[in-house]
Design a protein around this ligand. Structure first.
Ligand code: SAM
Length: 232
C-alpha cells in the first residue's frame, strides 16, 4: 500500500498502525463501552475468549457468573453455549450498553470486590482481563471463590508477562491483521498490566484455590488460570 499524498517516505505499514492506534486511543478516551463493543466483535478477540471458555468444559445448564463483562460479548457466547449466565460490571456505561445491545441477557451492575450474591450461587465464575486491573485482586478472587459452589470452576484470563513485542509482530502477521484490528491487538499488548503463571498460582493459593491449571491463548499473549474440583 502506498503512503497517502503528503506523507513522503513514511513506512505505510507503520503509518497504518499509528492511525489505528490513534483510533483505539480516541475510543478509549471518549467511549470505553464503544471500544469494548467494537473489540468484542474482532475475530481474534472473540475466538481467543471462546476457546478459553470451551476449554473449561462446563456442563449444559451450569450457572455461570462473568465478572467484568463490559458490553456483554462473552456473556452472549456463554448464553449461546447453553449456560445460565449472569454478567456483572462496575461500570454503569458498560452495563447500559450491554443491556441495550443484548436485552435478553441477565446483566447486573456491581463491584467484584463485594459481589451481590449468596455463597455458592454459581457453578462457575469467570473473569477476562479483570484481575489484572483491579487494585484489590486478592479480595476479588476471594469473592469469586465465595460465590462459586464447592466443586465448581473459577477461571481468569489475563495478558501474559511472557509475551514480547517480537511475539506481537509475529502474531499480528500470522493473523493477517491490519488497521484497527492490528492496532487493538498492539494497544492491548502494550497497555494493561500483565501476569505470569507463577503470579497466578501464588494468587490462587492465597485464597485456597488449588490445584491451579494454567493454559495460554493467542500464541501466548493471554494466560488463563483455573481451579476445579473435577478433571478438565
Ligand atoms: C479490561 S476490561 C475487560 C472487559 C471484558 N471482560 C473483556 O475481556 O473484553 C475490564 C472490565 O472490568 C470492569 N471492572 C473493573 N473493575 C471492576 C470491579 N471491581 N468490579 C466489576 N467490574 C470491574 C471494567 O468496568 C471493565 O468492563
Amino acid at each position: 500500500m502506498a503512503a497517502p499524498p503528503g506523507f513522503g517516505n513514511v513506512n505505510p505499514r507503520r503509518l497504518n498502525r499509528a492511525l489505528g492506534i490513534a483510533a483505539v486511543e480516541a475510543l478509549l478516551a471518549t467511549s470505553q463501552p464503544r471500544l469494548f463493543a467494537t473489540i468484542g466483535e474482532l475475530d481474534w478477540y472473540a475466538r481467543s475468549h471462546r476457546h478459553w471458555i470451551d476449554d473449561l468444559s462446563l456442563r449444559a445448564g451450569d450457572r455461570v457468573l462473568e465478572v467484568g463483562c463490559a458490553t456483554g460479548a462473552l456473556t452472549t457466547y456463554l448464553a449461546e453455549s447453553g449456560y445460565r449466565v449472569t454478567g456483572l460490571d462496575r461500570s454503569n456505561g458498560m452495563i447500559r450498553r450491554a443491556r441495550s445491545d443484548h436485552p435478553h441477557l441477565d446483566l447486573c451492575f456491581g463491584d467484584a470486590a463485594s459481589l451481590p450474591y449468596d455463597d455458592d450461587a454459581f457453578d462457575a465464575v469467570v473473569a477476562a482481563s479483570v484481575i489484572n486491573v483491579v487494585p484489590d485482586v486478592k479480595q476479588v478472587l476471594s469473592e469469586m471463590h465465595r460465590v462459586c459452589t464447592p466443586g465448581g470452576t473459577i477461571s481468569v484470563l489475563v495478558p501474559s508477562t511472557d509475551f514480547t513485542e517480537e511475539d506481537l509482530d509475529t502474531l499480528s502477521e500470522t493473523l493477517g491483521l491490519t488497521g484497527f484490528s492490528e492496532a487493538a491487538l498492539t494497544k492491548w499488548h502494550r497497555g494493561p498490566a500483565k501476569m505470569s503463571a507463577s503470579d497466578l498460582e501464588t494468587l490462587f493459593r492465597s485464597v485456597d484455590l488449588q490445584p491451579v491449571v494454567t493454559r495460554t491463548y493467542l500464541d501466548g499473549m493471554l494466560i488463563a488460570a483455573s481451579a476445579h474440583d473435577r478433571p478438565i
